[in-house]
Design a binder for this molecule. Structure first.
Ligand code: DQA
Length: 166
């Protein structure tokens, strides 16, 4: 298994709206979706979630570029590489949400508008999941709606990026 898996939707022809590219980042263990604790995370695989995001991206006329990694440093590098390529970041940092100052600093460092999402409601779960290092530097957080968290998060991010610009 390689360090990171990359999925890209084709560029959408855009006549009226400003062209946007969104980096979707999936953190550790999200490659196991579909088989991992389906009672908590649902039965969709990561590929199916990426497919739904690409379809939503088509509707919103934004390009989606999805990356999953189990490695904190790879996620940090991918955030750095987003500068100049992507206009916003949609992130489910998985367990790194609750542990990683490095991911938070990378997101603050590139200063790209970021929306944090979680499949499960992290506030209904164990205490250690109640704190997010990312929440304070994100535009907002959507937690607990399964795959809809990603789709709602994408809509919110695109709306934020386009407000005052159309
Ligand atoms: C998660 C919640 C995290 O607490 C957990 O470590 C995950 C997935 C979610 O999407 O619900 O890996 O981010």
């Amino acid at each position: 298994m390689s360090d990171r898996a990359v999925v890209s939707s084709s560029k959408v022809p855009n006549l009226t709206l400003q062209p946007l590219s969104i980096l979707v980042l999936h953190g550790p263990n999200l490659n196991l979706l579909g088989q991992r604790e389906p009672g908590i995370y649902g039965s969709l695989t990561l590929a199916e979630i990426n497919h739904l995001l690409a379809a939503e991206g088509l509707k919103l006329q934004v390009e989606i570029f999805a990356v999953q990694s189990n490695h904190e440093g790879v996620l940090v590098d991918t955030i750095h590489e987003a500068l100049g390529k992507h206009q916003g970041i949609l992130i489910n940092a998985g367990a790194y949400t609750h542990t990683s100052v490095a991911l938070r600093d990378a997101l603050s460092g590139v200063n790209l508008p970021t929306v944090e999402v979680h499949l499960s409601n992290i506030y209904r779960r164990e205490d250690f999941r109640h704190h997010s290092y990312i929440a304070a530097i994100a535009i907002g957080q959507i937690s607990g709606f399964g795959v809809q968290s990603y789709l709602l998060g994408l809509q919110a991010l695109v709306h934020h990026l386009r407000k005052d610009k159309v």
